[in-house]
Design a protein around this ligand. Structure first.
Ligand code: ATP
Length: 362
């Protein structure tokens, strides 16, 4: 069974801990993206799964077998790297068939395998060309074809699309996802591009400073971030995170002091457990309603910068005491700089984080 599991895996480079106590399991047929800012430990985690880096402690288990002491070759993993080196003097067909040369297959079996993956990745027309005669997108697909032509235990991708232009990345994301979803293999993809993770992953593991901060479906990490870091990292434009003083809770509503005035916001009942003190309120820019002046408990802000985004407009506004708020409104709502806005957050999309950054759950 194609599965990947890492248990309490740590990697130290001398004194520096690049990955700490990482736990993750990837089921057969599942695509998990490791997502996080530069230097958070994504590639190191992937390299420990591949056997290119030795775990300092913890277990790397592939297809049910502990692999810590096995070389990359013995782990039977197919990898696709950011820099997919194709052999320039070999045709596309020969490049794709390369991993099969050790398998002593008959030439007809080899030809039929190449033809099957070429079909899946739409490469049939270019099989006889050299790598210098194909586009970047085609090169990327050749690298994927070469990875899937064998029947490995699992797939690992390291920033597979980062060299492609925006247009191509967009179409390749869907194509690779479609190919992977038919292969029933455990797959781990490293990316720092959240759109890539949100569109390709069944689950996303979000990393920061060597720690896995949250693992969940794209919807979960977006709609239910476990902490302020995940909340701020996932979603564009970024979630508004506003520090306020929590005063009290009653019947689904919290009174908080914001901009030196008391505002009542609808919150989940878990907030009842909080003591008065500093909390962070998180509201995504699309989760505000713009309401008429005089609406009870509306937050007042002055529009400053207007950024058209096609069907929507991003408004950067400033509250009385100078807090920045990002609000996305429909394009038809013609907001002008200097205009006063009155905003009410959607209760279902209002997140409360404790002083140490953890989400308050119901
Ligand atoms: P990026 O998105 O920039 O590739 P990443 O999340 O993949 O980043 P890693 O490459 O895993 O990050 O690196 C994690 C941390 O470990 C970084 O601070 C990096 O400098 C450090 N590191 C990686 N390899 C080594 C090494 N061989 N020796 C010392 N430190 C290393």
């Amino acid at each position: 069974m194609s599965t990947i599991e890492i248990r309490k895996v740590t990697k130290a480079f001398g004194e520096f801990i690049a990955v700490r106590d990482a736990d993750l399991s990837v089921a057969a047929g599942e695509v998990v993206c490791l997502l996080g800012p530069s230097g958070c430990g994504k590639t190191t985690t992937l390299r420990m799964i591949a056997g290119l880096e030795r775990a300092t402690s913890g277990d790397v288990v592939i297809a049910g077998q502990r692999m810590n002491d096995l070389s990359p070759q013995k782990r039977d993993i197919a990898m696709v790297f950011q820099f997919y080196a194709l052999y320039p003097a070999l045709t596309v067909r020969e490049n794709i068939a390369m991993p099969l040369y050790h398998e002593k297959l008959s030439s007809s079996e080899m030809a039929s395998r190449v033809s099957r993956v070429a079909e899946i990745l739409h490469l049939r027309e270019i099989l006889e060309r050299l790598p210098g005669q194909v586009s970047e997108g085609e090169k990327q697909r050749i690298a994927v074809a070469r990875a899937i032509i064998r029947d490995p235990n699992c797939f690992l991708f390291d920033e597979p699309l980062s060299r492609l232009d925006v247009e191509l990345r967009h179409s390749m994301r869907g194509q690779i996802k479609a190919v992977l979803s038919n292969l029933s293999k455990a797959t781990v993809i490293v990316t720092h591009d959240q759109l890539e993770a949100l569109t390709m992953a069944d689950r996303i593991a979000i990393m920061r400073d060597g720690l896995i901060e949250q693992v969940g479906s794209p919807h979960e990490v977006f709609a239910k971030p476990d902490n302020v870091f995940v909340a701020s990292f996932i979603g564009t434009p970024q979630m508004n995170l506003i520090e306020v003083q929590f005063k009290d809770y009653s019947s689904g509503k919290a009174t908080v002091t914001f901009d030196q005035q008391d505002v009542v916001i609808s919150v989940n009942p878990g907030v009842a457990r909080l003591r008065p003190g500093k909390v962070t309120v998180g509201v995504r820019p699309r989760a505000f309603s713009v309401v008429p002046n005089g609406t009870v408990d509306a937050i007042g802000a002055m529009a400053e910068l207007i950024e058209p985004m096609g069907a929507e407009t991003l408004v950067h506004a400033r509250t009385v005491t100078g807090s920045d708020i990002r609000v996305v409104v429909p394009r038809e709502m013609k907001v002008k700089p200097g205009e006063a806005l009155h905003l009410v957050p959607d209760p279902a999309q209002t997140h409360i984080f404790t002083d140490d950054g953890r989400a308050v759950r119901a």
